[in-house]
Design a protein around this ligand. Structure first.
Ligand SMILES: Cc1cc2nc3c(=O)[nH]c(=O)nc-3n(C[C@H](O)[C@H](O)[C@H](O)COP(=O)(O)O)c2cc1C
Length: 383
Protein backbone atom coordinates (compact mmCIF):
# COMPACT_ATOMS: atom_id res chain seq x y z
CA UNK A 1 0.00 0.00 0.00
CA UNK A 2 1.59 3.25 -1.12
CA UNK A 3 0.48 6.85 -0.67
CA UNK A 4 1.11 7.24 3.05
CA UNK A 5 3.21 10.40 2.77
CA UNK A 6 1.87 13.92 2.11
CA UNK A 7 3.83 17.10 1.38
CA UNK A 8 6.95 18.19 -0.51
CA UNK A 9 9.02 20.15 2.02
CA UNK A 10 6.97 19.54 5.16
CA UNK A 11 6.48 15.80 4.83
CA UNK A 12 4.03 13.80 6.88
CA UNK A 13 4.08 9.97 6.86
CA UNK A 14 1.51 7.98 8.82
CA UNK A 15 1.10 4.31 9.68
CA UNK A 16 -1.24 2.33 11.86
CA UNK A 17 -4.65 0.76 11.89
CA UNK A 18 -7.81 0.78 13.92
CA UNK A 19 -7.05 -2.63 15.50
CA UNK A 20 -3.92 -3.90 13.68
CA UNK A 21 -2.06 -6.62 15.54
CA UNK A 22 -4.36 -6.20 18.57
CA UNK A 23 -2.56 -5.84 21.91
CA UNK A 24 0.11 -3.10 21.59
CA UNK A 25 -1.17 -1.79 18.24
CA UNK A 26 -1.12 1.92 17.54
CA UNK A 27 -0.85 4.77 15.08
CA UNK A 28 2.36 6.71 14.43
CA UNK A 29 3.38 9.72 12.38
CA UNK A 30 6.77 10.97 11.24
CA UNK A 31 6.98 14.69 10.40
CA UNK A 32 10.03 15.68 8.38
CA UNK A 33 10.92 19.33 7.83
CA UNK A 34 10.20 20.63 11.35
CA UNK A 35 12.34 23.73 12.02
CA UNK A 36 14.88 23.41 14.86
CA UNK A 37 14.47 25.35 18.10
CA UNK A 38 10.71 25.00 18.63
CA UNK A 39 9.48 24.14 22.12
CA UNK A 40 7.40 20.98 21.65
CA UNK A 41 5.62 18.92 24.30
CA UNK A 42 3.03 16.12 24.30
CA UNK A 43 0.52 18.56 25.88
CA UNK A 44 0.87 21.02 22.97
CA UNK A 45 -0.17 18.26 20.53
CA UNK A 46 -2.77 16.69 22.85
CA UNK A 47 -5.10 19.73 22.65
CA UNK A 48 -5.89 18.91 19.02
CA UNK A 49 -5.96 15.15 19.62
CA UNK A 50 -8.81 15.73 22.10
CA UNK A 51 -10.91 17.43 19.37
CA UNK A 52 -10.86 14.26 17.24
CA UNK A 53 -11.06 11.71 20.06
CA UNK A 54 -14.16 9.45 20.09
CA UNK A 55 -16.33 8.63 23.11
CA UNK A 56 -16.82 12.21 24.34
CA UNK A 57 -20.56 12.66 23.73
CA UNK A 58 -23.78 11.29 22.29
CA UNK A 59 -22.76 12.20 18.71
CA UNK A 60 -19.50 10.21 18.91
CA UNK A 61 -18.71 6.57 18.45
CA UNK A 62 -18.83 4.96 21.94
CA UNK A 63 -15.33 3.56 21.37
CA UNK A 64 -13.32 4.75 24.40
CA UNK A 65 -9.93 5.71 23.02
CA UNK A 66 -7.85 8.09 25.14
CA UNK A 67 -5.65 9.04 22.15
CA UNK A 68 -2.74 10.00 24.42
CA UNK A 69 0.04 11.19 22.14
CA UNK A 70 3.70 10.57 22.94
CA UNK A 71 6.53 12.34 21.12
CA UNK A 72 9.30 9.77 20.79
CA UNK A 73 11.76 11.45 18.42
CA UNK A 74 12.99 14.81 17.09
CA UNK A 75 13.00 16.68 20.42
CA UNK A 76 16.22 16.99 22.45
CA UNK A 77 16.97 17.08 26.19
CA UNK A 78 16.05 20.79 26.31
CA UNK A 79 12.52 20.06 25.04
CA UNK A 80 13.09 21.82 21.73
CA UNK A 81 13.02 20.39 18.23
CA UNK A 82 16.44 19.58 16.83
CA UNK A 83 15.62 19.77 13.12
CA UNK A 84 15.43 15.95 12.97
CA UNK A 85 12.15 14.24 11.97
CA UNK A 86 9.58 14.38 14.77
CA UNK A 87 7.97 11.02 15.64
CA UNK A 88 4.69 10.75 17.51
CA UNK A 89 2.70 7.68 18.57
CA UNK A 90 -0.77 6.90 19.95
CA UNK A 91 -1.65 3.40 21.16
CA UNK A 92 -5.06 1.78 20.63
CA UNK A 93 -6.50 1.05 24.06
CA UNK A 94 -10.09 -0.02 23.35
CA UNK A 95 -9.78 -3.03 21.02
CA UNK A 96 -12.30 -5.36 22.68
CA UNK A 97 -12.64 -9.03 21.74
CA UNK A 98 -16.42 -8.69 21.32
CA UNK A 99 -15.86 -6.16 18.49
CA UNK A 100 -13.02 -8.16 16.93
CA UNK A 101 -15.40 -11.17 16.86
CA UNK A 102 -18.08 -9.01 15.18
CA UNK A 103 -15.64 -7.88 12.49
CA UNK A 104 -14.57 -11.50 11.96
CA UNK A 105 -18.17 -12.61 11.59
CA UNK A 106 -18.78 -10.02 8.85
CA UNK A 107 -15.32 -10.15 7.28
CA UNK A 108 -16.44 -11.45 3.88
CA UNK A 109 -19.45 -9.15 3.59
CA UNK A 110 -19.37 -5.89 1.65
CA UNK A 111 -20.40 -3.09 4.02
CA UNK A 112 -22.28 -0.61 1.77
CA UNK A 113 -20.54 2.77 1.71
CA UNK A 114 -17.37 1.41 3.37
CA UNK A 115 -14.11 0.29 1.82
CA UNK A 116 -14.12 -3.52 2.28
CA UNK A 117 -15.01 -4.20 -1.35
CA UNK A 118 -12.28 -2.09 -2.96
CA UNK A 119 -9.67 -3.12 -0.37
CA UNK A 120 -10.56 -6.78 -1.03
CA UNK A 121 -10.25 -6.17 -4.82
CA UNK A 122 -6.81 -4.63 -4.38
CA UNK A 123 -5.26 -6.53 -1.46
CA UNK A 124 -7.20 -9.79 -1.62
CA UNK A 125 -7.29 -12.16 1.35
CA UNK A 126 -4.51 -10.13 3.05
CA UNK A 127 -6.79 -7.09 3.45
CA UNK A 128 -7.23 -6.11 7.10
CA UNK A 129 -10.74 -7.32 8.04
CA UNK A 130 -10.70 -5.89 11.53
CA UNK A 131 -12.03 -2.36 11.97
CA UNK A 132 -11.39 -1.41 8.31
CA UNK A 133 -7.59 -1.20 8.68
CA UNK A 134 -6.23 1.90 6.93
CA UNK A 135 -9.77 2.78 5.76
CA UNK A 136 -10.81 3.34 9.37
CA UNK A 137 -11.43 6.86 10.69
CA UNK A 138 -8.68 6.04 13.24
CA UNK A 139 -6.15 6.37 10.44
CA UNK A 140 -6.54 10.16 10.87
CA UNK A 141 -4.99 10.17 14.37
CA UNK A 142 -1.47 10.71 12.95
CA UNK A 143 -2.74 13.47 10.64
CA UNK A 144 -4.18 15.39 13.60
CA UNK A 145 -0.91 15.07 15.57
CA UNK A 146 1.07 16.37 12.55
CA UNK A 147 -1.53 19.10 12.01
CA UNK A 148 -1.15 20.28 15.62
CA UNK A 149 2.59 20.62 14.99
CA UNK A 150 1.92 22.51 11.73
CA UNK A 151 -0.42 24.88 13.60
CA UNK A 152 2.43 25.74 16.01
CA UNK A 153 4.58 26.74 13.03
CA UNK A 154 1.69 28.75 11.54
CA UNK A 155 1.08 30.53 14.87
CA UNK A 156 4.54 32.06 14.52
CA UNK A 157 3.33 33.52 11.20
CA UNK A 158 0.00 34.56 12.81
CA UNK A 159 -1.96 32.22 10.52
CA UNK A 160 -5.05 30.59 12.10
CA UNK A 161 -7.00 27.56 10.85
CA UNK A 162 -10.54 26.75 11.96
CA UNK A 163 -13.23 24.43 10.64
CA UNK A 164 -16.82 24.06 11.84
CA UNK A 165 -20.20 22.59 10.82
CA UNK A 166 -22.43 24.74 8.62
CA UNK A 167 -25.02 22.22 7.43
CA UNK A 168 -26.50 18.93 8.63
CA UNK A 169 -29.46 17.14 7.03
CA UNK A 170 -30.59 20.38 5.32
CA UNK A 171 -30.37 22.51 8.51
CA UNK A 172 -28.11 25.43 7.65
CA UNK A 173 -26.09 27.72 9.91
CA UNK A 174 -26.32 31.42 9.12
CA UNK A 175 -23.39 33.08 7.31
CA UNK A 176 -20.85 34.54 9.72
CA UNK A 177 -17.45 36.24 9.77
CA UNK A 178 -14.27 34.53 10.93
CA UNK A 179 -14.39 36.44 14.25
CA UNK A 180 -18.04 35.48 14.90
CA UNK A 181 -17.36 31.83 14.08
CA UNK A 182 -14.27 31.82 16.29
CA UNK A 183 -16.26 33.21 19.23
CA UNK A 184 -18.59 30.19 19.23
CA UNK A 185 -16.02 27.63 18.05
CA UNK A 186 -16.51 24.22 19.73
CA UNK A 187 -19.35 25.49 21.91
CA UNK A 188 -21.48 22.38 21.21
CA UNK A 189 -21.08 18.73 20.27
CA UNK A 190 -21.58 19.31 16.57
CA UNK A 191 -19.21 22.31 16.54
CA UNK A 192 -21.64 24.65 14.80
CA UNK A 193 -21.07 28.30 15.82
CA UNK A 194 -24.68 29.23 15.01
CA UNK A 195 -25.98 28.04 18.39
CA UNK A 196 -29.64 27.85 17.38
CA UNK A 197 -28.91 25.88 14.23
CA UNK A 198 -26.62 23.64 16.31
CA UNK A 199 -29.49 22.68 18.65
CA UNK A 200 -31.66 21.78 15.66
CA UNK A 201 -28.86 19.79 14.03
CA UNK A 202 -28.17 17.79 17.21
CA UNK A 203 -31.88 17.04 17.65
CA UNK A 204 -32.10 15.82 14.05
CA UNK A 205 -28.99 13.61 14.39
CA UNK A 206 -30.40 12.04 17.57
CA UNK A 207 -33.66 11.22 15.76
CA UNK A 208 -31.68 9.62 12.93
CA UNK A 209 -29.51 7.72 15.44
CA UNK A 210 -32.70 6.27 17.00
CA UNK A 211 -33.57 4.86 13.56
CA UNK A 212 -30.16 3.12 13.52
CA UNK A 213 -29.09 5.49 10.75
CA UNK A 214 -26.48 8.23 10.27
CA UNK A 215 -26.38 11.86 9.03
CA UNK A 216 -24.27 13.77 6.51
CA UNK A 217 -23.33 17.43 6.45
CA UNK A 218 -21.03 20.24 5.36
CA UNK A 219 -17.98 21.71 7.13
CA UNK A 220 -16.57 25.17 6.47
CA UNK A 221 -12.82 25.70 6.67
CA UNK A 222 -11.15 29.11 7.02
CA UNK A 223 -7.40 29.74 6.82
CA UNK A 224 -7.17 33.22 8.32
CA UNK A 225 -4.34 35.70 7.76
CA UNK A 226 -2.58 33.46 5.23
CA UNK A 227 0.16 35.38 3.39
CA UNK A 228 -0.31 36.27 -0.28
CA UNK A 229 1.94 34.44 -2.73
CA UNK A 230 1.61 30.78 -1.60
CA UNK A 231 1.05 28.10 -4.26
CA UNK A 232 3.26 26.89 -7.11
CA UNK A 233 1.68 26.91 -10.58
CA UNK A 234 0.90 24.79 -12.33
CA UNK A 235 0.47 21.42 -10.59
CA UNK A 236 1.08 22.63 -7.03
CA UNK A 237 -1.41 25.48 -7.04
CA UNK A 238 -2.48 26.20 -3.45
CA UNK A 239 -6.03 25.19 -4.32
CA UNK A 240 -4.78 21.92 -5.87
CA UNK A 241 -2.61 21.07 -2.85
CA UNK A 242 -5.47 21.82 -0.45
CA UNK A 243 -7.98 19.78 -2.45
CA UNK A 244 -5.55 16.84 -2.51
CA UNK A 245 -5.10 17.12 1.25
CA UNK A 246 -8.80 17.32 2.06
CA UNK A 247 -10.05 14.81 -0.49
CA UNK A 248 -7.60 12.29 1.02
CA UNK A 249 -9.71 12.20 4.21
CA UNK A 250 -12.20 9.33 4.38
CA UNK A 251 -15.89 10.28 3.98
CA UNK A 252 -15.10 13.57 2.18
CA UNK A 253 -17.21 13.71 -0.96
CA UNK A 254 -16.69 17.27 -2.20
CA UNK A 255 -14.76 20.47 -1.77
CA UNK A 256 -15.58 23.95 -3.03
CA UNK A 257 -13.49 27.09 -2.88
CA UNK A 258 -15.21 30.47 -2.39
CA UNK A 259 -18.45 30.63 -4.38
CA UNK A 260 -17.75 27.04 -5.55
CA UNK A 261 -20.75 25.38 -7.14
CA UNK A 262 -22.76 28.62 -6.98
CA UNK A 263 -20.76 29.48 -10.15
CA UNK A 264 -23.49 27.64 -12.04
CA UNK A 265 -25.81 30.59 -11.34
CA UNK A 266 -23.37 33.52 -11.60
CA UNK A 267 -22.33 36.08 -14.21
CA UNK A 268 -18.68 37.14 -14.47
CA UNK A 269 -19.52 40.61 -13.15
CA UNK A 270 -21.18 39.01 -10.08
CA UNK A 271 -18.37 36.57 -9.45
CA UNK A 272 -15.32 38.82 -9.89
CA UNK A 273 -13.92 40.10 -6.60
CA UNK A 274 -13.33 43.86 -6.95
CA UNK A 275 -9.96 45.13 -5.76
CA UNK A 276 -9.53 48.31 -3.70
CA UNK A 277 -6.72 49.98 -1.79
CA UNK A 278 -6.56 50.08 2.01
CA UNK A 279 -3.52 51.66 3.62
CA UNK A 280 -1.54 51.14 0.39
CA UNK A 281 -2.48 47.43 0.30
CA UNK A 282 -4.64 45.64 -2.30
CA UNK A 283 -7.79 44.15 -0.75
CA UNK A 284 -10.90 42.57 -2.31
CA UNK A 285 -14.51 43.56 -1.57
CA UNK A 286 -15.82 39.98 -1.87
CA UNK A 287 -14.15 36.57 -1.69
CA UNK A 288 -15.84 34.48 -4.39
CA UNK A 289 -12.42 33.19 -5.43
CA UNK A 290 -11.95 31.75 -1.91
CA UNK A 291 -8.59 33.50 -1.47
CA UNK A 292 -6.82 31.96 -4.48
CA UNK A 293 -6.21 33.45 -7.95
CA UNK A 294 -4.25 31.53 -10.57
CA UNK A 295 -3.44 28.96 -7.88
CA UNK A 296 -1.67 31.60 -5.72
CA UNK A 297 -3.06 32.98 -2.44
CA UNK A 298 -4.16 36.63 -2.81
CA UNK A 299 -4.00 37.58 0.88
CA UNK A 300 -7.72 37.12 1.58
CA UNK A 301 -8.80 34.26 3.87
CA UNK A 302 -8.97 30.82 2.28
CA UNK A 303 -12.65 29.84 2.44
CA UNK A 304 -13.65 26.27 1.65
CA UNK A 305 -16.74 24.10 2.14
CA UNK A 306 -16.33 20.35 2.50
CA UNK A 307 -19.12 17.77 1.91
CA UNK A 308 -19.11 14.97 4.51
CA UNK A 309 -21.04 11.83 3.72
CA UNK A 310 -23.18 10.11 6.37
CA UNK A 311 -21.16 7.55 8.35
CA UNK A 312 -21.33 4.39 6.19
CA UNK A 313 -21.92 1.89 9.04
CA UNK A 314 -25.65 1.83 9.80
CA UNK A 315 -27.86 -0.61 11.72
CA UNK A 316 -30.55 -0.46 9.05
CA UNK A 317 -30.59 -3.70 7.01
CA UNK A 318 -28.93 -3.21 3.59
CA UNK A 319 -28.06 -5.43 0.61
CA UNK A 320 -24.58 -6.94 0.68
CA UNK A 321 -22.50 -9.63 -1.04
CA UNK A 322 -20.45 -12.37 0.57
CA UNK A 323 -17.20 -11.96 -1.40
CA UNK A 324 -15.96 -15.45 -0.57
CA UNK A 325 -19.13 -17.26 -1.61
CA UNK A 326 -20.08 -14.64 -4.27
CA UNK A 327 -23.60 -14.75 -2.90
CA UNK A 328 -26.04 -11.89 -2.30
CA UNK A 329 -26.73 -11.32 1.42
CA UNK A 330 -28.28 -8.81 3.81
CA UNK A 331 -26.23 -6.87 6.37
CA UNK A 332 -27.12 -4.73 9.38
CA UNK A 333 -23.79 -4.28 11.19
CA UNK A 334 -23.80 -3.64 14.90
CA UNK A 335 -20.25 -2.32 15.39
CA UNK A 336 -19.57 1.07 16.95
CA UNK A 337 -19.82 4.24 14.86
CA UNK A 338 -20.51 8.00 14.98
CA UNK A 339 -24.13 8.90 14.05
CA UNK A 340 -22.57 11.84 12.20
CA UNK A 341 -18.91 12.54 11.48
CA UNK A 342 -19.38 16.32 11.79
CA UNK A 343 -18.40 16.59 15.47
CA UNK A 344 -14.95 15.05 14.88
CA UNK A 345 -13.90 15.29 11.24
CA UNK A 346 -13.43 19.08 11.40
CA UNK A 347 -10.25 18.43 13.45
CA UNK A 348 -8.86 16.33 10.60
CA UNK A 349 -9.78 18.99 8.02
CA UNK A 350 -8.00 21.65 10.10
CA UNK A 351 -4.96 19.37 10.39
CA UNK A 352 -4.70 18.74 6.64
CA UNK A 353 -5.19 22.47 5.91
CA UNK A 354 -2.43 23.40 8.39
CA UNK A 355 -0.04 20.79 6.93
CA UNK A 356 -0.73 22.07 3.40
CA UNK A 357 -0.22 25.70 4.40
CA UNK A 358 3.14 24.98 6.07
CA UNK A 359 4.23 22.97 3.04
CA UNK A 360 3.22 25.82 0.68
CA UNK A 361 4.94 28.34 2.95
CA UNK A 362 8.20 26.36 2.87
CA UNK A 363 7.98 25.97 -0.92
CA UNK A 364 7.45 29.72 -1.27
CA UNK A 365 10.38 30.50 1.05
CA UNK A 366 12.48 28.12 -1.06
CA UNK A 367 11.39 29.98 -4.19
CA UNK A 368 12.29 33.32 -2.58
CA UNK A 369 15.78 31.98 -1.94
CA UNK A 370 16.04 30.64 -5.48
CA UNK A 371 14.93 33.93 -7.05
CA UNK A 372 17.74 35.67 -5.19
CA UNK A 373 20.18 33.14 -6.65
CA UNK A 374 18.73 33.85 -10.09
CA UNK A 375 19.40 37.56 -9.68
CA UNK A 376 23.04 36.82 -8.89
CA UNK A 377 23.20 34.78 -12.10
CA UNK A 378 21.71 37.49 -14.33
CA UNK A 379 24.02 40.10 -12.76
CA UNK A 380 26.98 37.87 -13.56
CA UNK A 381 25.88 37.38 -17.16
CA UNK A 382 25.52 41.15 -17.74
CA UNK A 383 29.10 41.87 -16.66
C1 LIG B 1 -12.63 10.95 11.90
C2 LIG B 1 -13.38 9.90 11.12
C3 LIG B 1 -14.16 8.98 11.82
C4 LIG B 1 -14.88 7.99 11.12
N1 LIG B 1 -15.64 7.11 11.82
C5 LIG B 1 -16.33 6.16 11.16
C6 LIG B 1 -17.15 5.22 11.87
O1 LIG B 1 -17.25 5.24 13.10
N2 LIG B 1 -17.84 4.27 11.13
C7 LIG B 1 -17.77 4.23 9.77
O2 LIG B 1 -18.42 3.40 9.16
N3 LIG B 1 -17.03 5.11 9.06
C8 LIG B 1 -16.30 6.06 9.73
N4 LIG B 1 -15.54 6.96 9.02
C9 LIG B 1 -15.64 6.96 7.54
C10 LIG B 1 -14.83 5.90 6.87
O3 LIG B 1 -13.50 5.92 7.30
C11 LIG B 1 -14.89 6.10 5.34
O4 LIG B 1 -16.18 6.38 4.92
C12 LIG B 1 -14.40 4.83 4.62
O5 LIG B 1 -13.00 4.72 4.77
C13 LIG B 1 -14.70 4.81 3.12
O6 LIG B 1 -14.01 5.83 2.46
P1 LIG B 1 -14.77 6.93 1.58
O7 LIG B 1 -15.96 7.37 2.39
O8 LIG B 1 -13.78 8.06 1.44
O9 LIG B 1 -15.14 6.27 0.29
C14 LIG B 1 -14.80 7.94 9.70
C15 LIG B 1 -13.98 8.86 9.02
C16 LIG B 1 -13.28 9.84 9.72
C17 LIG B 1 -12.43 10.79 8.95
Amino acid sequence: MQGNTFGRMFRVTTCGESYGIGEGSGLAVIVDGVPPGMVLTDEMIQKDMDKRRPGQGKLDSPRKETDQVHIFAGVGQDGVTTGAPVGMIVYNVDTQKVHIDQYYEYKDLIRPGHAEYTFFLKYGEAADWCGAGRASGRETVGRVAAGALAKLILAREKVEVIAYSVECMGIQAREMTFDEAKKNYRKNEINCPDLEAADEMIKKVMEIKEEGDTAGGVIKLIIHNIPAGLGEPVFDKFSAMLSHAIMSIGAVKGIELGAGFKCGKMKGSDFNDHPYLEGGKVKFRTNNSGGVLGGITNGEDIEVRVAIKPTPTVSVEQPSIDMNKMKEEKLSPITRRDPTLLGRIYAVIEAMAAITTVDALFMDRGWEGMSKLDKKWTDLKRK
